[in-house]
Write a protein that binds this ligand. Structure first.
Ligand code: ADP
Ligand code: MG
Length: 413
């Protein structure tokens, strides 16, 4: 079958309901480090302006996305085009989810974490979050961060100390479960959340999580390619001036601070997508990782027709029931994001040879096409109706949240 010609991104779908830009799908091509073979004819053509990636091979096809980044684009460019707007809107009160999808070695972690000289989406988002706070002096902010890993369909808290002991046995960490309530959606519990007040603190907490992950895997690369790493930054904010636009009066008429708005930014480095395409026999060898990625693929493939036909929220909710979100930890955790409550940016990474050809064996080609097809489906199928969170939490009398803001709000220097 041709490379999903039929499911190419159709521009007309965006914006009908004012949701244009709520779902951004990008493809990033990483340079091949192998020897140059200039004689080989280029099998790929990238047209940056049209966000087009054309594959001329046997299973050829043209793929259109919101962005196609080529080997010249650094992480800052990727962040600006694929994540910046989403991060800013999270600060305004929307939920936002960024995830990196692609086979192992194509640059997911490079894109999300980056290096000291070429910081990735996570550190750039952190810089941006604090810029936004400085630029918004009329509101006060509280930031909480958690960091979890899904490995073999088990959730590990990367901020709760070692996740395995020195001899590789499972540590004493309490089992982490997924729960759901109407206010928070699906969340992991018990999960450690750190309150942070500066970019340095936030970066340090995440580095601690990365370290826990590294220690847990005797073979770090094997583990990291099979596990999903999820950083969640919860943003709470309210008007700084008591009695400001959202100020409230209590029973005695005294002015109290306004309600608290709560939104979440999720930054996800997915497991290598090659695991999702492994054949059945190999899949049974206990790596449930496949289950999460396979289910993600299924949900993204099926979400479309459902979302498009659903006319009311109720209609949509009943359609959502038929999607297998509950079949894996990853899709359960991402359910809110995938079903339209969150702004979404999907960064798909692929590797193409220096001559423009597929570098390795043909299985590599298959993987690359699988990634491109996943990206196309995501582009065509995911619809987001994300709304700004209400300022109701504090107003509803959530004393805990208010007290935390009173105590830990970020002071602008
Ligand atoms: P993944 O997380 O998808 O398995 P990595 O991010 O670890 O892949 O990337 C594999 C290797 O390729 C790393 O050494 C990384 O530094 C390098 N790399 C990935 N993408 C790029 C890129 N766009 N430019 C330069 N080097 C890259
Ligand atoms: Mg990685």
């Amino acid at each position: 079958t041709a490379g999903d010609r039929s499911s190419m991104h159709k521009d007309g779908k965006d914006g009908k309901d004012g949701s244009k830009g709520n779902v951004v799908v990008s493809v990033r091509v990483r340079p091949d480090v192998g020897a140059k073979d200039s004689k080989q004819e280029a099998e790929w053509e990238i047209n940056n302006k049209r966000a087009l990636l054309a594959y001329k091979g046997r299973e050829g096809g043209e793929f259109y996305y919101d962005n196609v980044f080529d080997t010249q684009d650094n992480n800052a460019r990727v962040y600006d085009a694929a994540a910046k707007r989403l991060v800013r809107r999270v600060m305004e009160g929307y939920h936002g989810t960024v995830f990196a999808y692609g086979m192992t070695g194509t640059g997911k972690t490079f894109s999300m974490q980056g290096t000291a000289t070429n910081p990735g989406v996570i550190p750039l988002a952190i810089t941006d979050i604090f810029s936004y706070i400085r630029e918004t002096p009329h509101r006060e902010f509280l930031l909480r961060v958690s960091y979890l890993e899904i490995y073999n369909e088990k959730i590990h808290d990367l901020l709760a100390g070692p996740i395995t002991t020195m001899n590789g046995q499972p540590g004493a960490q309490e089992e982490i479960k997924l729960r759901e309530d109407s206010k928070r959606g699906v969340y992991a519990t018990p999960l450690k959340e750190e309150i942070v007040q500066s970019p340095t603190q936030l970066l340090r907490v995440i580095a601690r999580g990365d370290n826990a992950r590294r220690v847990a895997g005797t073979q770090f690369n094997a583990r990291s390619s099979r596990s999903h790493a999820v950083v969640q930054i919860v943003v709470e904010s309210r008007e700084r001036v008591p009695g400001g636009p959202n100020g409230l009066k209590d029973k005695r008429g005294a002015i109290t601070p306004g309600g608290v708005r709560v939104s979440t930014l999720s930054l996800i480095d997915l497991a290598g997508s090659e695991k999702a395409a492994e054949n059945k026999e190999r899949r049974t060898e206990g790596s449930h990782i496949n289950k999460s990625l396979l289910t993600l693929g299924t949900v993204v493939a099926r979400i479309s027709s459902d979302g498009d036909k659903a006319t009311s929220d109720k209609d949509k909710a009943s359609k959502d029931k038929h999607l297998p979100y509950r079949d894996s930890k990853l899709t359960r955790l991402l359910q809110g994001a995938l079903s339209g409550n969150s702004l979404v940016s999907i960064l798909c990474t692929v590797q193409i040879g220096s001559s423009g050809s597929i570098a390795a064996a043909s299985s590599h080609t298959v993987e690359t096409l699988n990634t491109l097809k996943f990206a196309s489906r995501a582009k065509n199928n995911i619809v987001s109706h994300a709304k700004k969170a209400d300022e109701s939490l504090g107003a509803g009398g959530d004393a805990g949240s208010r007290a935390l803001l009173d105590r830990y709000r970020i002071e602008i220097q």
